[in-house]
Design a protein around this ligand. Sequence first.
Ligand code: MG
Length: 295
Amino acid sequence: MNIMDRIRGGLYGTAVGDALGGTTEFMTRAEIRKKYGRLTEMIGEGVWDLEPGEVTDDTMMSLCVAEGILASPEDPMGAIGERFLDWYRSDPKDIGNIIRRALQRYEGDWLEASFVTNRDLGGFSAGNGSLMRCLPAALIYTDRERMETVTRMQSKMTHWDERCSEACVMYNRMAYRLLQGEELGLVLALETAGTPYAEALGGEPDCGPTGYVVDTFRWVLYILNTTQSFVETVQEAANLGGDTDTIGAIAGGLAGVHYGYGSIPEAYAGKILVKERLDELAERVAAYRREAGDR
Ligand SMILES: [Mg+2]
Protein backbone atom coordinates (compact mmCIF):
# COMPACT_ATOMS: atom_id res chain seq x y z
CA MET A 1 0.00 0.00 0.00
CA ASN A 2 1.41 3.42 -0.84
CA ILE A 3 1.22 6.48 1.35
CA MET A 4 -1.45 8.11 -0.81
CA ASP A 5 -3.84 5.23 -0.04
CA ARG A 6 -3.25 5.85 3.64
CA ILE A 7 -3.67 9.64 3.44
CA ARG A 8 -6.88 9.33 1.44
CA GLY A 9 -7.97 6.51 3.72
CA GLY A 10 -7.56 8.74 6.77
CA LEU A 11 -9.52 11.64 5.28
CA TYR A 12 -12.31 9.44 3.93
CA GLY A 13 -12.26 7.29 7.04
CA THR A 14 -13.09 10.32 9.17
CA ALA A 15 -15.88 11.39 6.82
CA VAL A 16 -17.40 7.91 6.46
CA GLY A 17 -17.40 7.28 10.21
CA ASP A 18 -19.02 10.68 10.70
CA ALA A 19 -21.68 10.31 7.97
CA LEU A 20 -22.60 6.76 8.99
CA GLY A 21 -22.70 7.55 12.71
CA GLY A 22 -24.59 10.80 12.15
CA THR A 23 -27.73 8.73 11.68
CA THR A 24 -27.61 7.30 15.19
CA GLU A 25 -26.10 10.14 17.23
CA PHE A 26 -27.68 10.44 20.69
CA MET A 27 -29.59 7.14 20.36
CA THR A 28 -28.93 4.30 22.77
CA ARG A 29 -27.65 0.96 21.57
CA ALA A 30 -31.09 -0.56 22.23
CA GLU A 31 -32.90 2.19 20.33
CA ILE A 32 -30.62 1.67 17.34
CA ARG A 33 -31.25 -2.07 17.38
CA LYS A 34 -34.99 -1.56 17.55
CA LYS A 35 -35.10 0.96 14.71
CA TYR A 36 -32.43 -0.36 12.32
CA GLY A 37 -31.49 -3.84 13.46
CA ARG A 38 -27.88 -3.16 12.60
CA LEU A 39 -27.18 0.08 10.75
CA THR A 40 -24.89 -0.67 7.82
CA GLU A 41 -26.05 1.73 5.11
CA MET A 42 -25.34 5.41 4.79
CA ILE A 43 -28.87 6.76 4.86
CA GLY A 44 -28.57 10.15 6.57
CA GLU A 45 -31.61 11.20 8.65
CA GLY A 46 -31.15 11.14 12.42
CA VAL A 47 -31.39 14.01 14.85
CA TRP A 48 -29.72 16.40 12.34
CA ASP A 49 -31.97 15.29 9.45
CA LEU A 50 -28.90 14.56 7.31
CA GLU A 51 -28.75 13.79 3.61
CA PRO A 52 -27.17 10.40 2.82
CA GLY A 53 -23.42 11.07 2.78
CA GLU A 54 -23.70 14.40 4.60
CA VAL A 55 -20.94 14.91 7.14
CA THR A 56 -21.08 16.94 10.34
CA ASP A 57 -18.75 19.09 12.45
CA ASP A 58 -16.20 16.29 12.87
CA THR A 59 -15.29 16.24 9.19
CA MET A 60 -15.84 19.93 8.55
CA MET A 61 -13.52 20.96 11.37
CA SER A 62 -10.92 18.39 10.23
CA LEU A 63 -11.02 20.13 6.86
CA CYS A 64 -10.46 23.47 8.63
CA VAL A 65 -7.41 22.06 10.42
CA ALA A 66 -6.02 20.47 7.24
CA GLU A 67 -6.53 23.49 5.03
CA GLY A 68 -5.25 25.86 7.71
CA ILE A 69 -2.04 23.86 8.11
CA LEU A 70 -1.46 23.72 4.36
CA ALA A 71 -2.04 27.47 4.06
CA SER A 72 0.47 28.27 6.79
CA PRO A 73 2.44 25.16 7.79
CA GLU A 74 5.07 27.00 9.84
CA ASP A 75 2.56 28.62 12.19
CA PRO A 76 -1.00 27.53 11.40
CA MET A 77 -2.99 28.77 14.40
CA GLY A 78 -4.34 31.89 12.71
CA ALA A 79 -5.13 30.09 9.45
CA ILE A 80 -6.92 27.27 11.26
CA GLY A 81 -8.85 29.76 13.38
CA GLU A 82 -10.01 31.76 10.35
CA ARG A 83 -11.44 28.57 8.89
CA PHE A 84 -13.14 27.64 12.17
CA LEU A 85 -14.84 31.05 12.16
CA ASP A 86 -15.86 30.78 8.48
CA TRP A 87 -17.39 27.39 9.20
CA TYR A 88 -19.17 28.75 12.28
CA ARG A 89 -20.63 31.63 10.23
CA SER A 90 -22.06 29.05 7.79
CA ASP A 91 -24.48 28.15 10.61
CA PRO A 92 -23.67 24.42 10.89
CA LYS A 93 -26.33 21.98 12.08
CA ASP A 94 -24.10 20.14 14.50
CA ILE A 95 -21.76 22.18 16.67
CA GLY A 96 -20.61 21.12 20.11
CA ASN A 97 -21.24 23.29 23.15
CA ILE A 98 -17.57 23.85 24.06
CA ILE A 99 -16.58 24.77 20.52
CA ARG A 100 -19.54 27.11 20.08
CA ARG A 101 -18.59 28.92 23.25
CA ALA A 102 -14.91 29.17 22.33
CA LEU A 103 -15.70 30.54 18.87
CA GLN A 104 -18.10 33.07 20.40
CA ARG A 105 -15.48 34.02 22.98
CA TYR A 106 -12.72 34.60 20.43
CA GLU A 107 -11.52 38.21 20.38
CA GLY A 108 -8.15 37.85 18.67
CA ASP A 109 -6.40 35.32 20.94
CA TRP A 110 -7.36 31.65 20.67
CA LEU A 111 -5.70 30.56 23.89
CA GLU A 112 -7.54 33.24 25.79
CA ALA A 113 -10.84 32.19 24.16
CA SER A 114 -10.24 28.62 25.22
CA PHE A 115 -9.10 29.55 28.73
CA VAL A 116 -12.16 31.74 29.30
CA THR A 117 -14.46 29.05 27.90
CA ASN A 118 -13.04 26.51 30.31
CA ARG A 119 -13.54 28.95 33.19
CA ASP A 120 -17.13 29.74 32.07
CA LEU A 121 -17.86 26.01 32.09
CA GLY A 122 -16.54 25.62 35.63
CA GLY A 123 -13.50 23.69 34.40
CA PHE A 124 -15.53 21.18 32.41
CA SER A 125 -14.16 21.48 28.90
CA ALA A 126 -12.76 17.99 28.33
CA GLY A 127 -15.00 17.23 25.36
CA ASN A 128 -13.99 15.20 22.31
CA GLY A 129 -14.23 18.17 19.89
CA SER A 130 -10.49 18.64 19.39
CA LEU A 131 -9.75 14.90 19.11
CA MET A 132 -12.31 14.54 16.31
CA ARG A 133 -10.47 17.02 14.06
CA CYS A 134 -6.76 16.49 14.84
CA LEU A 135 -5.83 13.75 12.34
CA PRO A 136 -4.74 16.06 9.47
CA ALA A 137 -1.69 17.19 11.48
CA ALA A 138 -0.41 13.59 11.46
CA LEU A 139 -1.15 13.19 7.75
CA ILE A 140 0.60 16.41 6.75
CA TYR A 141 3.76 16.79 8.83
CA THR A 142 6.67 14.45 8.24
CA ASP A 143 8.56 16.05 11.14
CA ARG A 144 7.31 14.28 14.24
CA GLU A 145 8.08 17.06 16.68
CA ARG A 146 6.30 19.66 14.58
CA MET A 147 3.38 17.27 14.16
CA GLU A 148 3.02 16.93 17.93
CA THR A 149 3.32 20.68 18.55
CA VAL A 150 0.58 21.51 16.06
CA THR A 151 -1.61 18.64 17.27
CA ARG A 152 -1.51 20.00 20.82
CA MET A 153 -1.92 23.60 19.67
CA GLN A 154 -5.04 22.95 17.59
CA SER A 155 -6.60 21.31 20.66
CA LYS A 156 -5.72 24.21 22.96
CA MET A 157 -7.45 26.67 20.61
CA THR A 158 -10.86 25.56 21.90
CA HIS A 159 -10.24 22.93 24.59
CA TRP A 160 -8.15 24.21 27.47
CA ASP A 161 -8.20 20.88 29.30
CA GLU A 162 -4.92 18.93 29.22
CA ARG A 163 -6.77 15.64 28.82
CA CYS A 164 -7.86 16.81 25.37
CA SER A 165 -4.39 17.72 24.15
CA GLU A 166 -2.96 14.51 25.61
CA ALA A 167 -5.53 12.37 23.80
CA CYS A 168 -4.88 14.25 20.55
CA VAL A 169 -1.14 13.71 20.79
CA MET A 170 -1.54 10.02 21.61
CA TYR A 171 -3.98 9.57 18.71
CA ASN A 172 -1.75 11.34 16.22
CA ARG A 173 1.32 9.40 17.32
CA MET A 174 -0.68 6.30 16.42
CA ALA A 175 -1.66 7.79 13.06
CA TYR A 176 1.94 8.76 12.36
CA ARG A 177 3.08 5.17 12.93
CA LEU A 178 0.21 3.67 10.93
CA LEU A 179 1.08 5.96 8.05
CA GLN A 180 4.49 4.28 7.99
CA GLY A 181 2.78 0.89 7.73
CA GLU A 182 3.25 -0.29 11.32
CA GLU A 183 0.82 -2.94 12.56
CA LEU A 184 -2.38 -1.68 14.23
CA GLY A 185 -2.49 -3.91 17.31
CA LEU A 186 1.13 -3.19 18.11
CA VAL A 187 0.73 0.56 17.62
CA LEU A 188 -2.28 0.64 19.96
CA ALA A 189 -0.37 -1.31 22.61
CA LEU A 190 2.83 0.71 22.34
CA GLU A 191 1.22 4.13 22.45
CA THR A 192 -1.16 3.37 25.34
CA ALA A 193 1.44 1.51 27.43
CA GLY A 194 1.66 2.89 30.95
CA THR A 195 -1.45 5.06 30.56
CA PRO A 196 -5.03 4.48 31.75
CA TYR A 197 -6.01 3.98 28.09
CA ALA A 198 -4.23 0.62 28.05
CA GLU A 199 -7.28 -0.79 29.86
CA ALA A 200 -9.40 -0.23 26.76
CA LEU A 201 -7.35 -2.90 24.99
CA GLY A 202 -8.19 -5.44 27.68
CA GLY A 203 -11.98 -5.45 27.38
CA GLU A 204 -15.11 -3.39 26.89
CA PRO A 205 -14.81 0.03 28.60
CA ASP A 206 -16.91 0.43 31.75
CA CYS A 207 -18.01 3.92 30.70
CA GLY A 208 -20.68 5.08 28.29
CA PRO A 209 -19.77 6.22 24.74
CA THR A 210 -20.11 9.86 25.76
CA GLY A 211 -18.66 13.12 24.45
CA TYR A 212 -16.14 13.26 27.32
CA VAL A 213 -12.80 12.85 25.58
CA VAL A 214 -11.59 10.06 27.87
CA ASP A 215 -14.77 7.98 27.38
CA THR A 216 -14.72 8.62 23.63
CA PHE A 217 -11.09 7.66 23.23
CA ARG A 218 -11.46 4.50 25.31
CA TRP A 219 -14.29 3.34 23.04
CA VAL A 220 -12.33 4.26 19.93
CA LEU A 221 -9.37 2.19 21.10
CA TYR A 222 -11.57 -0.72 22.08
CA ILE A 223 -13.31 -0.75 18.69
CA LEU A 224 -10.05 -0.46 16.74
CA ASN A 225 -8.56 -3.28 18.78
CA THR A 226 -11.49 -5.67 18.35
CA THR A 227 -12.37 -5.22 14.67
CA GLN A 228 -10.68 -6.64 11.57
CA SER A 229 -11.63 -4.27 8.77
CA PHE A 230 -12.52 -0.67 8.00
CA VAL A 231 -16.17 -1.56 7.45
CA GLU A 232 -16.43 -3.38 10.74
CA THR A 233 -14.80 -0.46 12.60
CA VAL A 234 -17.22 2.23 11.40
CA GLN A 235 -20.25 -0.04 11.73
CA GLU A 236 -19.36 -0.89 15.32
CA ALA A 237 -19.12 2.82 16.11
CA ALA A 238 -22.41 3.66 14.38
CA ASN A 239 -24.26 0.95 16.30
CA LEU A 240 -22.72 1.72 19.66
CA GLY A 241 -25.04 4.55 20.60
CA GLY A 242 -24.14 7.84 22.28
CA ASP A 243 -21.70 10.06 20.41
CA THR A 244 -21.71 7.74 17.42
CA ASP A 245 -20.67 10.16 14.69
CA THR A 246 -17.65 11.44 16.59
CA ILE A 247 -16.56 8.00 17.78
CA GLY A 248 -17.04 6.85 14.17
CA ALA A 249 -15.01 9.75 12.78
CA ILE A 250 -12.14 9.23 15.24
CA ALA A 251 -12.02 5.43 14.88
CA GLY A 252 -12.67 5.69 11.14
CA GLY A 253 -9.75 8.06 10.66
CA LEU A 254 -7.20 5.65 12.11
CA ALA A 255 -8.87 2.65 10.45
CA GLY A 256 -8.69 4.48 7.13
CA VAL A 257 -4.97 5.12 7.55
CA HIS A 258 -4.36 1.51 8.56
CA TYR A 259 -6.55 -0.39 6.09
CA GLY A 260 -6.19 2.21 3.32
CA TYR A 261 -8.60 3.94 0.97
CA GLY A 262 -9.00 0.74 -1.03
CA SER A 263 -10.70 -0.91 1.95
CA ILE A 264 -13.53 1.66 2.02
CA PRO A 265 -16.48 0.43 -0.05
CA GLU A 266 -17.71 2.62 -2.89
CA ALA A 267 -21.16 2.47 -1.27
CA TYR A 268 -19.64 4.60 1.51
CA ALA A 269 -16.87 6.66 -0.11
CA GLY A 270 -18.89 7.42 -3.23
CA LYS A 271 -21.74 8.87 -1.19
CA ILE A 272 -19.74 11.45 0.76
CA LEU A 273 -21.05 14.85 -0.30
CA VAL A 274 -17.74 16.64 0.28
CA LYS A 275 -15.77 14.02 -1.64
CA GLU A 276 -14.29 16.51 -4.12
CA ARG A 277 -12.88 18.51 -1.25
CA LEU A 278 -11.40 15.36 0.28
CA ASP A 279 -9.84 14.30 -3.04
CA GLU A 280 -8.30 17.72 -3.61
CA LEU A 281 -7.03 17.80 -0.05
CA ALA A 282 -5.44 14.35 -0.33
CA GLU A 283 -3.52 15.53 -3.41
CA ARG A 284 -2.35 18.67 -1.64
CA VAL A 285 -1.26 16.73 1.45
CA ALA A 286 0.72 14.27 -0.68
CA ALA A 287 2.34 17.13 -2.62
CA TYR A 288 3.29 18.90 0.61
CA ARG A 289 4.87 15.72 1.96
CA ARG A 290 6.82 15.16 -1.27
CA GLU A 291 8.19 18.68 -1.03
CA ALA A 292 9.07 18.11 2.62
CA GLY A 293 11.17 15.14 1.57
CA ASP A 294 8.91 12.13 2.06
CA ARG A 295 9.63 9.15 -0.20
MG1 MG B 1 -20.75 15.51 14.64
